[in-house]
Ligand binder design. Structure first.
Ligand code: SAM
Length: 245
């Protein structure tokens, strides 16, 4: 059974873009779209669509796909959203047109896809891309073991928000074989603790590369940062680019 959407709280979704502003990652994906001369882009796991809408300023056909109705509703209400086609769903909802220039999957969204669902998801992406089209995404590096930093003492904080005073913290309840179950706690105005659980899958560069090759991708490139640096155990993220063969 599918877990409930961890992004389903309409209050908390309004904070997402402030907490995750456009940064080096957005520049990386923008530069990639420009370098490819991409005219058709799909943003899989687009969330609030901050990057999706930015990509749509220079790209004629941009589609944002996300399984969270709350995230997508927020995205649809933002300025510039009319330039994007928004689709509620996951990779299976991307039509197999074979004419897309670039598919991006950002904000570590790929870690939400369970390992048993990843082969089919990557095949859907490959079927949507044109030959020579590119899939680009990033995923946290398991060697860095970032989940060990997601403890209450390390993450607890309090702030004022438009909907009241928010006390928040993270807690990992399971970390086993690359599967991390993460509870995000949110207490608003000392009311009930709203707990949203994410299951995140940490996969190595070798594991993700094998999945990409099996799905029909070639020329898989893995970097350890946004500037093309090498992957080391200290790399926070693994940045992937793969070409549809
Ligand atoms: C951390 S957010 C990233 C959002 C956005 N891409 C960004 O860069 O800010 C992860 C997103 O992945 C979406 N997601 C969850 N499961 C997914 C799946 N199976 N396929 C695609 N996206 C998924 C969530 O709904 C959420 O919007």
């Amino acid at each position: 059974m599918d877990l409930p959407d961890p992004y389903r709280d309409p209050d908390l979704v309004t904070l997402y873009d402030t907490d995750n502003p456009a940064g080096r990652d957005h520049r990386y994906y923008r530069e990639l779209a420009d370098a490819l001369g991409a005219r058709t882009v799909v943003d899989l796991g687009c969330g609030t669509g901050l990057l999706t809408r930015a990509l749509a300023t220079g790209t004629p056909r941009v589609t944002g796909v996300d399984p969270s109705p709350t995230m997508l509703d927020f995205a649809r209400r933002q300025p510039g959203s009319e330039r994007v086609r928004w689709v509620l769903g996951d990779a299976a909802t991307i039509p197999p047109t074979g004419d897309i220039d670039l598919v991006v999957c950002t904000g570590n969204a790929v870690q939400h896809i369970p390992t048993d669902g990843l082969p089919a998801a990557l095949r859907h992406v490959a079927d949507a891309l044109r030959p020579g089209g590119v899939l680009a995404f990033e995923s946290r590096n398991p060697a860095r073991r970032e989940w060990q930093e997601w403890t209450r003492p390390a993450t607890e904080g309090e702030r004022r928000t438009p909907f009241g005073r928010l006390r928040e913290w993270l807690e990992v309840t399971v970390a086993e074989d690359g599967r991390v179950v993460l509870d995000a706690h949110n207490v608003i105005d000392d009311g009930e603790d709203r707990v949203y659980t994410s299951v995140l899958h940490f996969r190595t560069a070798a594991e993700l590369t094998a999945h990409l090759l099996a799905a029909g991708f070639s020329r898989v490139q893995v970097d350890g940062d946004w500037d093309g640096g090498p992957v080391t155990d200290a790399s926070r993220i693994l940045v992937f680019r793969a070409v549809r063969g």
